[in-house]
Design a protein around this ligand. Sequence first.
Ligand code: 5RP
Ligand code: CA
Ligand code: ZN
Ligand code: ZN
Length: 226
Amino acid sequence: MMEEALKSLRKGEIVLVFDAANRERETDMILAAEHVTPEHIRILRNDAGGLICAPVSAENAEKLGIPFMTDILKVSSEKYPVLKRLSPHDIPYDEKSAFSITVNHRKTFTGITDNDRALTIKELALLCKDGQHEKFGDFFRSPGHVTLLRAADGHVLRRRGHTEMSIALMEMAGLTGVAVCCEMMDNRRGNSLSTEDARLYAKEHDLIFLNGSDLIKAYKEYKFEL
Ligand code: 5RP
Ligand code: CA
Ligand code: ZN
Ligand code: ZN
């Protein structure tokens, strides 16, 4: 199953990843940022419906110099005291948020269209792939319409979010450490899509469905073998 998932990702296909019953209990659509197209963004918008984000590996995030949003807020709270009061110390499903800054590529217009978001995400992946991290500010502006997520150091060995799981998949597939993820929502009940329905969607659309625990196990084996 894991090999199939990695093959799909290399081909630019979407895979579905459920995190865990004791975490968000969400299934995200995940794909490689270097392969993203406007068509993918349309599918994420219409069929997933959550927030379209771009997980960035800890290594790429470090080279780009992008901080966690929590660190930005902490520093800024000197000048804006309300930010201290907004501290996210009470997230019900995890200790730490992965949110970083939002960006748009400078060649986008509003930044929100399928074409614009695909451009922003793909160009970020290519910038990282080419090792041009120091040119980040030449080609991107912030704020923007793509939320960057910063993977924890050690990735899934440290934090078991979709952020780290996306990056673990990229690493195992030999793809650039930038991904795209979006939570699958339920269109009728106002909740996240149930695992059952997410599995059904995968079956109907011929997509691979992965369980977070299997993914993490495979990543540990992969790291051990290296
Ligand atoms: C951004 C989120 C999603 O849950 C996304 O899956 C990444 O977060 P995490 O790493 O916490 O799972 O919060 O929409
Ligand atoms: Ca989350
Ligand atoms: Zn998540
Ligand atoms: Zn979520």
